[in-house]
Design a protein around this ligand. Structure first.
Ligand code: SF4
Length: 367
């Protein structure tokens, strides 16, 4: 991860509150965890020691993405005294992991699944989501040993809505913040493991750095789309090449923010609105062209001449979309570079060179 495991550990040591919950990517009702005073810690890029992956993944297919391989190991070994693991139905690999935890007793902690509907916003999808949310709440209540009140849930939703609003603003105004991408993402990714109230505090400090009168940032604005910005020196490579991330479509960051505030008053309805309102993602959307339309609009607004599709090795949902995204973005006039990484500690020299060459090509055009 961008932060070291040590940073998470020392934070958790003093902020455990009523319990830690291991949360796997991508979308789950984190507002419910906040309302129950649980600290949800997301694991996207746990690096497993050599040999550990093959042991941990012994009951799974060999062609698994590193997120699932790392999570499989944590599930078996336990994680910071977590009282439960939340496994959303993100993809087939994640579903397989949930089955191993639930049916094969291979988890050191209780597993709670969360299935979100595929496809667009429609009445049947909302009905399904409502049932899933109620089942999720009941499971977590049972494990935590306390009841969730709708007042507490309403307060937690308000807190997360405020965070989402601030994150949208920071991402939109990022060229007016005197921070490089490395530092900016280091702060934004704290949401993956901090309690919401602590993260809101960090975000406020970031918002205060927005200076709309600042000189526009130098370099070529890029759009980046992928699951998670790992390895984190990706940003250093982009910066060194003379570009910066102007549009974020990482599933871990911008892609799972609801695009608008909810108008609903009742807490469960608000949760549904928030989930249905998240930006298009291949783990929830079956129409890649809706992603193309969304990304083209965002790239144009940011005047980004190019896009980097940054996929994780063996990530099926993302890889399925790559040909359509490439075609749609290129037809809209954007240049596209597709790179693939695992959770290696550093970018390879070859990838750095490809990014340099891509930015150089963009610099020779309209940018
Ligand atoms: S969506 Fe992709 S990266 Fe995420 S768990 Fe599934 S296969 Fe792995």
């Amino acid at each position: 991860m961008v932060v070291t495991d040590e940073a998470i550990r020392s934070y958790l040591a003093s902020h455990r509150g009523n319990g830690v919950v291991l949360a796997l990517p991508v979308l789950y009702p984190r507002e419910v965890l906040t309302a129950l005073d649980l600290c949800g810690v997301e694991v996207w890029a746990h690096r497993t020691p050599p040999g550990c992956c093959t042991q941990g993944a012994g009951s799974m297919q060999p062609y698994l993405c590193p997120t699932v391989r790392g999570a499989r190991v944590l599930l078996g070994q336990g994680f910071e005294g977590a009282i439960a693991a939340v496994i959303p139905h993100t993809c087939d690999s994640m579903q397989g992991l949930a089955a191993i935890g639930l049916d094969m007793g291979a988890s050191a902690m209780p597993v709670v699944t969360f299935r979100h509907p595929r496809g667009g916003d429609r009445a049947s999808a909302r009905e399904f989501l409502q049932a899933e949310l109620r089942a999720f709440i009941a499971s977590i209540e049972r494990i935590a040993g306390r009841k969730l009140t709708m007042d507490r849930l309403g307060d937690a939703i308000e807190l997360h809505e405020g965070i989402d609003r601030a994150m949208r603003r920071v991402l939109r105004m990022r060229t007016c913040i005197a921070l490089g991408d490395v530092e900016l993402y280091r702060i934004l990714r704290k949401r993956e493991w901090m309690r919401a109230s602590d993260f809101a505090f960090e975000l406020r400090a970031l918002e205060q750095m927005i200076d709309s009168a600042a000189t526009p940032r130098k370099g070529i604005p890029l759009m980046v789309s992928g699951m998670v910005p790992e390895p984190s020196d990706f940003f250093e490579a982009v910066d060194a090449a003379g570009a910066y991330v102007a549009v974020d479509d990482y599933a871990a960051i911008g892609r799972r923010l609801p695009m608008h505030d909810t108008q609903e008053a009742e807490p469960i309805g608000r949760l549904i609105d928030r989930m249905m309102g998240a930006a298009p993602c291949p783990t929830r959307t079956s129409d890649p062209w809706s992603r193309v339309r969304y990304l083209v609009e965002r790239a144009r607004a940011a005047r980004a001449p190019g896009a980097i599709l940054h996929t994780v090795k063996f990530c099926e949902p993302e890889l399925f979309d790559v040909p359509v995204l490439r075609r749609g973005l290129e037809e809209a006039g954007l240049k596209v570079l597709h790179i693939e990484t695992e959770f290696e500690p550093q970018m390879s020299g070859q990838l750095v060179t490809r990014i340099e060459a891509f930015v150089e090509m963009l610099g020779g055009g309209d940018a």
